[in-house]
Design a protein around this ligand. Structure first.
Ligand SMILES: [Zn+2]
Length: 231
C-alpha cells in the first residue's frame, strides 16, 4: 500500500464519523471523493499562463481568487477546516503533473497561527501534491511572523518586508536543487519573490511556484533588473 492509498484508507474510516463535504458547495459527498461532481465546472480556472513574480522561473495558479474558490479558501483559513486544503492539493497536482522539481517547499506559517488553527493549510496542500506526484516535501523555510499586511507599501518595500518575516531552516540543504514553492493564495507575489530570494541566496538552482488561487490583477513586477538570472 503506498502513501496515498494509506491516506485515503484512513480518510474513508474517518468519514464514518465525519461525513466528507464538498469544500465548494457544502454538499455531503462519497467517502472516496474530495469534492462533488458539479463544482469543478463552476470554479474560476486560470486558463492562461501568468507572469511570474521576480526570482521565480514560472508560476502555476489553478484558480482566480473569486467565487467558490475564494469562499473555500476562507473556510480553510477562518473556519480552520482541513478538507478544502486536500481539494486544493489535488487540483494543484493536476496542474503540476508535467513539472519537474527536486522538492516542494511549503510557504511556512508562523507557530502562532499553526497553534491557533491546529494545522498548517499549506503543509496539507504540499502533502497531497507530494503523495500524488512523488516529489518530497522539504521544509526549507521557517516563519518568524505571518505574512505581513502590506497593501500600502511599494513593491520593493513589500519584498523586503516579506523577507524579514522568514529565514532558511538550519537543517535544510537547498544547494543545487530545483525547488517548487507551494502556497494557497498569491496576491502581489511579493512573498513568493522574497522566499525565492532566500532560497537562491542559499544555493538553490531554480525556484518555481504553485498556488491554488491568484488574486486578479495582483502580480506586479519591479522595473528594476532581476537580481538573479533565470536559468
Ligand atoms: Zn460541490
Amino acid at each position: 500500500m503506498n502513501r496515498l492509498s494509506r491516506y485515503e484508507f484512513k480518510r474513508r474510516v474517518l468519514s464514518a464519523f465525519f461525513p466528507n463535504i464538498c469544500p465548494f458547495c457544502g454538499r455531503v459527498i462519497d467517502a472516496r471523493e474530495y469534492y462533488c461532481a458539479e463544482c469543478p465546472d463552476l470554479l474560476p480556472w486560470v486558463r492562461k499562463s501568468l507572469p511570474a513574480p521576480e526570482n521565480i522561473t514560472r508560476l502555476y495558479a489553478c484558480c482566480w481568487y473569486s467565487g467558490i474558490a475564494r469562499s473555500a479558501v476562507h473556510m480553510m483559513k477562518f473556519d480552520c477546516l482541513i478538507y478544502p486544503a486536500e481539494a486544493f492539493g489535488i487540483f494543484m497536482s493536476e496542474k503540476l503533473k508535467d513539472v519537474s522539481a527536486d522538492a516542494l517547499v511549503p510557504v511556512p506559517s508562523s507557530l502562532l497561527s499553526v497553534e491557533k488553527r491546529g494545522f498548517s493549510p499549506v503543509d496539507v496542500i504540499a502533502k497531497q501534491i507530494s503523495m500524488r506526484l512523488d516529489i518530497p516535501v522539504l521544509k526549507a523555510l521557517e516563519a518568524d511572523f505571518d505574512k505581513p499586511e502590506q497593501k500600502t507599501l511599494s513593491r520593493e518595500s513589500r519584498v523586503r518586508n516579506a523577507k524579514s518575516c522568514f529565514h532558511i531552516s538550519k537543517r535544510a540543504d537547498v544547494v543545487g536543487k530545483r525547488l517548487l514553492l507551494i502556497d494557497d493564495v498569491s496576491t502581489t507575489g511579493s512573498t513568493l519573490s522574497a522566499l525565492a530570494d532566500i532560497l537562491l541566496e542559499n544555493g538553490a538552482k531554480e525556484v518555481q511556484a504553485s498556488v491554488f488561487a491568484q488574486v486578479t490583477g495582483g502580480i506586479r513586477r519591479s522595473d528594476k533588473p532581476a537580481k538573479y538570472k533565470i536559468r
